[in-house]
Design a protein. Structure first.
Length: 128
């Protein structure tokens, strides 16, 4: 099956968060990428944009569907992975490494309280 790194937090909408001090590295899980199929388009916000927990910040389009991407945290976008915007087909190559989507200056670390651990997320998706 898929890998679910233990150092990440996961959301019901298949985003992950890696906390690095007050920065949240946000991406989408390998499971979500697999479900979408071949990715053909990615839209991400500009640096300086404020994202809010539970609100959409971008879209990802595959040959199968167009899906919204939801922010798991509230904060300001410090960096967007423009390499993936230019070459969205590469998102599946390294979902938990080079294929991160945003770096967000996290406003409130307690927002992560409602996220899932790797084992909780694994149970959720492998039960689908």
């Amino acid at each position: 099956m898929f890998e679910y790194p233990e150092d990440l937090k996961y959301t019901n909408s298949h985003e992950y968060i890696r906390l690095e001090n007050d920065t949240a590295l946000v991406g989408i899980t390998a499971f979500a990428i697999d479900q979408l199929g071949d990715i053909v388009f990615l839209d991400l916000p500009e640096v300086g944009t404020r994202v809010e927990k539970g609100q959409t910040f971008g879209t990802i389009e595959s040959v199968k569907a167009v899906e919204d991407i939801y922010s798991p945290v509230t904060g300001t976008v410090m960096e967007a992975n423009m390499d993936l915007v230019d070459e969205p087909e590469n998102i599946g190559n390294d979902p938990y490494g080079a294929s991160w989507l945003l770096k967000v200056n996290l406003e409130d670390v307690s927002e992560l309280d409602g996220t899932m651990s790797a084992s909780e997320y694994r149970s959720k998706v492998e039960g689908q």
